[in-house]
Write a protein that binds this ligand. Structure first.
Ligand code: ADP
Ligand code: MG
Length: 242
């Protein structure tokens, strides 16, 4: 399986705080990797490094053929291949769902307005919101807004999707509908890395679970590793229900 993402011995510090301490893992095409771990273990930083939102101090990161660690990295080109969705969906309040989605394809990819609208309709249907195209964010629930944010990323036709705790701000009922969209994406063959606290979801959907602790990849394996942790740290993390 060819790796879409490969981190090798990645180091990253903020001042004297060593946040990534020799992190290595790789994700193959069509694979879903779930990154889990306590708050502060470096999960978000790892995702941000993959998308070059942070520069690294050591090691290498290869993403869809881009050498992210290289100072000559073409960030625009990288970000055309990589979609990222955060906990806060940051939709433009004065634009409809469809207009929010059309923005990047129009501005970045220079597709025609008609084509961007077709794309928006297509991705809204994929997240189950075809009938909400003309709605403004305030007319949508939190879960629906997050699904629009996912659709907005999909409209750029990324090769890799990164999700950072996209359901953390949602109540349980709305969480379910967002997780379902992510599960459908996974089934459709999208390569994904998601930081999540949803252990049941990680177990069910992830082909690989990456447990981070104190800036290191502490354990990695299939979802079943959550049922038989090798380290006391993972045992305690899983037991904690966080
Ligand atoms: P997680 O996502 O696992 O909760 P983060 O990657 O967000 O962890 O943070 C790991 C550590 O890095 C924390 O101690 C956090 O305070 C620190 N950190 C993250 N981003 C920055 C930043 N931009 N500047 C300084 N410290 C940061
Ligand atoms: Mg985080």
């Amino acid at each position: 399986m060819s790796a879409v993402v490969k981190l090798s011995n990645v180091y990253k510090s903020f001042g004297t705080n060593k946040v990534l301490d020799g992190v290595s893992f790789e994700v193959g095409r069509g694979e879903v990797a779930a990154v889990i771990g306590q708050s502060g273990s470096g999960k978000s930083t790892a995702l941000r490094c993959i998308n070059a939102l942070e520069t690294i101090d050591g090691g290498t990161i290869d993403v869809c053929g881009h050498a992210v660690h290289d100072e000559k990295l073409d960030r625009r080109s990288l970000r055309r291949d990589v979609g990222i969705v955060f906990q806060s969906y940051n939709l433009f309040p004065h634009l409809t769902a469809e207009q929010n989605i059309m923005l990047a394809p129009s501005c970045v990819k220079k597709v025609s307005k008609a084509e961007a609208r077709d794309l928006a309709k297509d991705v809204l249907a994929r997240v189950g919101l075809a009938e909400k195209a003309g709605h403004y964010p305030e007319q949508l629930s939190g879960g629906q807004q997050q699904r629009v944010a996912i659709a907005r990323s999909l409209a750029m036709q990324p090769k890799l999707m990164l999700f950072d705790e996209v359901t953390s701000a949602l109540d349980p009922q709305l969480t379910g509908e967002v997780l379902k969209v992510m599960e459908d994406l996974a089934r459709g063959g999208m390569t994904m890395i998601l930081v999540t606290h949803e252990m049941a979801f990680a177990r069910k959907v992830a082909s690989q679970v990456v447990y981070m602790h104190k800036g290191k990849v502490w354990e990695t394996g299939p979802g079943a590793m959550l049922d038989s942790p090798r380290t006391p740290e993972l045992a305690s993390f899983v037991g904690s229900g966080l």
